[in-house]
Design a binder for this molecule. Structure first.
Ligand SMILES: [Zn+2]
Length: 555
């Protein structure tokens, strides 16, 4: 069956709505999605079809490696291990019981099978599901999103690594079939205790993730984790510590102007409160502190930055702008670059004063030196020394491993922990990445394998019986040969119809018009390269011609 545009819900728009996140503009314009609230989107029929195709490919590829489909509830009971539902939504039922809508169903999947998978004979097993994920966090366009997740339960590290490799290969095949060539990127663990966190990211100019990439050696990491070579220390000699009056000077720029030093001679002090109380973190004046690195190094994912002046005064005895490590009674962690400043300017923990000539390990004690610096474009790659670039990207897949929190008995009857692999594809982001990688100024260019429509049959004069009849017969013939067909029978100008056909991006546009039909021909145009062809006005010949056009896809 083919669909008629006049009866289909495909509301294209002339102009791109001014949406904050660029890849969404085209999706809104081409009638794929609509925004229903902050971070809440609905999928219109064209997008639902594309998602269905993506799901079909995912199902094929993961079942090919033996994964079994399960169903999990969206609404999850609370009571999972700490951090098992990071960033989810909590809600309460009428009786006051708590539930979670979370970004992952991992621990629910574990609970589902824990009672039934308890012998070495049951392992390994890989389960998968489709569902929805929920994320109550900034920096993501969708707070609820269509999701595929797989879970592998394994008896030992070797088996876990093997299923991990199989899953990674299955995901690569899924994404290649969607026309995407993602890069494997090291990312922070989503939940404490997980390891081997790897994301597949489609790099480009758009997207919510920031990835540091080295073109020379191929290094790629989430910007929050990326490591660059430590920078050269500023020039200068060690000197004696001296307290100087700095009235009203509270910023690095202010100190540079007031004292005539360079920003790399200044040390910035930040206060945090974590599980074990307050602590301080130091970075050089020309660097930014990367909180994620500090969190991971300290092993405290919940610590928070002190941002209230009263709290800063309570901990350090001074307001923001005058904080410093000397005389501070909380543990101090410093970026590696701080160690090598021969004579640093630091706050004196006294309003209106700084120290000059400060030296780490001489004037203040440091618990440890860490990599706490946020990498910048042009920093030198930690592996090979070539300049790093910061790129944007769309994270489409994540792979984690960790412990399942359950046990099994091995061949000898000993109780051992089950090892868990968790694998996620965010389907809305695959859709976003496909639109972002496959479009031009006129609109979307769907890769054939996931195209929600293969052929748009444009009837120039639907009011002319002869044209309409031929178009309908042809559309039927195309649909009967397993192609998805949209017949544009709307009462619109040819210009509007061509515009819309390009916008929605069907791989082939077939034009049924009076002049060509008089010659006994129909004309076709291929979306991805503009190649044109004409076929005899005979449904069987058109089907053959269209199939030939679709076959030659190159990405
Ligand atoms: Zn490199």
């Amino acid at each position: 069956m083919f669909v008629r545009w006049s009866k289909y819900l495909l509301p294209t728009r002339k102009d791109a709505p001014a949406e904050a996140h660029p890849p969404l503009r085209l999706m809104l314009q081409a009638g794929l999605i609509r925004r229903l609230g902050p971070g809440i989107y609905g999928f219109l029929p064209l997008a639902s079809r594309a998602l269905e195709r993506i799901e079909g490919i995912v199902g094929e590829e993961v079942e090919a490696i033996g994964a079994l489909r399960i169903g999990l509830p969206h609404l999850q009971p609370t009571g999972g291990p700490p951090g098992s539902t990071p960033g989810g939504f909590r809600l309460t039922d009428a009786k006051g019981r708590e539930f979670v809508l979370g970004p992952s169903g991992a621990w629910v999947a574990v609970s589902l099978v824990a009672g039934d998978i308890n012998s070495w004979r049951d392992l390994p097993v890989v389960l998968y599901r489709f569902g929805h994920g929920y994320r109550d966090a900034a920096g993501h366009w969708a707070r609820e999103f269509p999701l595929h997740e797989a879970f592998s339960f394994c008896a030992d590290q070797e088996s876990l690594e093997e299923t991990y490799r199989h899953m990674a290969r299955a995901y690569s095949r899924v994404l290649a079939r969607c026309g995407l060539a993602p890069k494997a990127v090291k990312v922070p663990d989503e939940a404490p205790g997980e390891e081997s966190s790897l994301a597949l990211v489609v790099l480009g100019d758009k997207g919510e993730e920031e990835i540091a990439v080295c073109a020379s050696c191929g290094y790629a990491a989430d910007r929050r984790l990326a490591r660059a070579k430590p920078p050269a220390p500023p020039p200068g000699e060690e000197r004696a510590l001296e307290l100087v009056e700095t009235p009203g000077v509270r910023t690095v720029e202010g100190l540079v102007g007031f004292l005539g030093v360079s920003p790399d001679q200044v040390v910035k002090t930040f206060l945090y409160v974590g599980k074990k109380g307050a602590l301080a973190a130091l970075v050089r004046g020309d660097h930014e502190l990367e909180e994620e690195k500090l969190r991971r190094a300290i092993g405290d994912h919940d610590m928070r930055r002190v941002d209230h002046p009263d709290e800063a005064r309570e901990i350090a005895g001074a307001p923001f702008g005058y904080l410093g490590p000397i005389g501070l009674s909380v543990p101090i962690w410093a970026d590696e670059a701080v160690r090598d400043i021969p004579a640093a300017v630091v706050g004196a923990n006294r309003e209106g004063y700084h120290y000059v000539g400060a030296k780490a390990d001489r004037d203040f004690k440091v618990e440890g030196y860490l990599d706490l610096r946020r990498v910048r474009e042009g920093d030198l790659c930690g592996q090979c020394g070539a300049p790093l670039r910061i790129k944007n990207g769309i994270k489409v897949a994540e792979l984690y491993t960790g412990a399942a929190g359950t046990t099994f008995s091995d061949r000898d009857g000993r109780t051992k922990p089950v090892l868990l692999g968790r694998y996620t594809l965010e389907l809305h982001r695959i859709l976003e990445a496909v639109v972002e990688r496959h479009h031009d100024d006129a609109g979307i260019i769907w890769p054939v394998e996931i195209a929600p429509l293969h052929v748009a049959v444009v009837v120039l004069r639907p009011d002319v019986l002869e044209q309409m009849e031929f178009a309908e017969r042809t559309a039927s013939a195309l649909a009967n040969s397993s192609l998805e067909v949209l017949l544009d029978d709307r009462d619109r100008s040819p210009g509007e119809k061509f515009h819309d056909a390009k916008l929605i991006g069907a791989p082939v546009m077939l034009v049924v018009g009076p002049r060509a039909l008089k010659r006994g021909e129909v004309e076709a145009e291929r979306r991805w390269d503009g190649a044109r062809a004409s076929f005899p006005a005979e449904p069987a010949a058109v089907v053959e011609g269209v199939r030939e056009l679709l076959r030659a896809e190159c990405s």
